[in-house]
Design a protein around this ligand. Structure first.
Ligand SMILES: [Zn+2]
Length: 415
């Protein structure tokens, strides 16, 4: 007993000492997400998981842990605002119903833990996982990360997707009514929406996601009711919609963001700008659409539509936060490599790398409500820091040349 207590005290001492240690990073180049500019020769001093000081010519103790990244480009940890870590559908076969029937919640959770690590290792220190996670499988992935059983990014999480009757299922026969309950909550009026939100909060939701326009359309009063209920818990409401009347109601209802918005017209994009509503465009490229089973002609048409909408949103000045939404991995690529195909769409729309990086950091943090803690490399922010070998302002694809990942002051990867 005494021995165990001593051992415990020793372990506690070691872990406290490790935490108290100061780490110093020498950054050859560092992205200032606020200005969109790259700063030269910065020193970042990190203590207790947070940035204590950052600047040029800072004094530090030579006994501190020094990480020399003077030949690298440092960025705040990247954020993906639209992911489904527990979902993967077969290449070129988009059969959601099959997925619900053949994959257990446990299997979904195991996949989620693998994909969460892929995000972290590839520089994404924060993700927003918004539904399609079986029976709250992502909630368990988050618990496993918090218990330090596995490593993963910070996860903003929606729980089940709330939508008009039918979820996003089509053509289910009446004998299998409520088949979609595995991933959705039916809610057809403000009271049902409130109840669904309370259920999601109970199971760990930190953002609320609605879907509208697939099966049934929410009116603006429904959206307003969702926003009011979510606000009670300090949460934001984000809504899957492609465009048309469904999107207009979302904008009128005052949601925090529209997910996808493939068909938004200019007046809708302008209203979003005026009301500060984010677009999370999930800007799939040709390769992603093709993976979804579309033929080449249709995949190209879909990419063109996305590129045009991206261009218009950027020109109008709608706030954009980076999101990918890939649920079908490309051959020989992991989830994040498959996601980053969307950069082709952003490039094709002529959006500058500095803006894309901001949409992945400071703007994403604002949408996620974590802008006071993450998204920039400044004093008192969490030390979520990554480094790449090549300058991403010259070519946004250079964010793939990842060589260093730190999350909350802890080195996850270095090569
Ligand atoms: Zn999605």
């Amino acid at each position: 007993m005494t021995f165990n207590l001593r051992l415990l005290a020793l372990l506690l001492f070691i872990s406290l000492s490790a935490n108290a240690q100061t780490t110093v990073i020498k950054a050859g180049h560092m992205f200032d997400a606020r200005s969109g500019k790259m700063l030269a020769n910065q020193i970042i001093i990190i203590k207790d998981g947070k940035i204590k000081e950052v600047g040029t010519n800072l004094k530090f103790n030579t006994a501190d842990t020094i990480i020399d990244l003077s030949n690298s480009w440092l960025l705040p940890g990247l954020m993906d605002c639209h992911v489904h870590i527990t979902t993967n559908i077969s290449y070129r076969s988009r059969n959601w119903n099959e997925l619900y029937a053949i994959e257990s919640n446990a299997l979904r959770g195991i996949r989620g833990s693998v994909v969460a690590k892929q995000f972290l290792d590839n520089g994404f220190t924060t993700i927003k996982d918004i539904g399609n996670d079986g029976n709250y499988a992502t909630a368990d992935v988050i618990k496993a990360i918090n218990k330090e059983w596995i490593q993963g990014p910070t996860i903003i999480y929606s729980g089940k997707i709330i939508g008009p009757y039918g979820g996003q299922s089509r053509g289910i026969n009446i004998e299998h009514e409520h088949f979609w309950d595995f991933e959705y909550i039916d809610a057809d009026n403000p009271d049902e929406i409130k109840k669904a939100i309370r259920k999601n909060v109970y199971y760990g939701a930190t953002v609320i996601k609605l879907v509208t326009g697939d099966n049934g359309i929410y009116d603006s009063a429904d959206i307003k009711a969702a926003v009011a209920e979510a606000n009670k818990y300090g949460l934001k409401v984000t809504v899957h919609t492609l465009g048309g009347e469904a999107a207009t109601n979302v904008i009128k209802g005052g949601a925090a963001a529209i997910e996808h918005g493939n068909n938004l017209d200019n007046s809708q994009l302008q209203s979003m700008k005026d009301k500060g509503i984010f677009l999370v465009g999930t800007d799939l490229s040709f390769d992603n659409w093709y993976a979804y089973g579309l033929d080449s002609v249709k995949a190209k048409a879909r990419e063109d539509l996305i590129v045009d909408r991206l261009k218009r949103a950027y020109k109008i000045g709608t706030k954009m936060a980076f999101g990918t939404d890939v649920v079908i991995d490309l051959p020989k690529l992991n989830r994040v490599e498959s996601n980053l195909k969307v950069l082709k769409s952003w490039n094709a729309a002529g959006i500058p790398p500095s803006y894309i990086l901001q949409s992945m950091t400071i703007y994403a943090a604002e949408l996620l409500g974590i802008e006071k803690n993450r998204g920039v490399l400044e004093q008192s922010y969490y030390a979520d820091i990554i480094a790449v070998k090549k300058n991403p302002l010259e070519n946004i694809e250079n964010i793939k040349s990842i060589q260093f990942v730190m999350k909350e002051g802890k080195v996850i990867r270095r090569n």
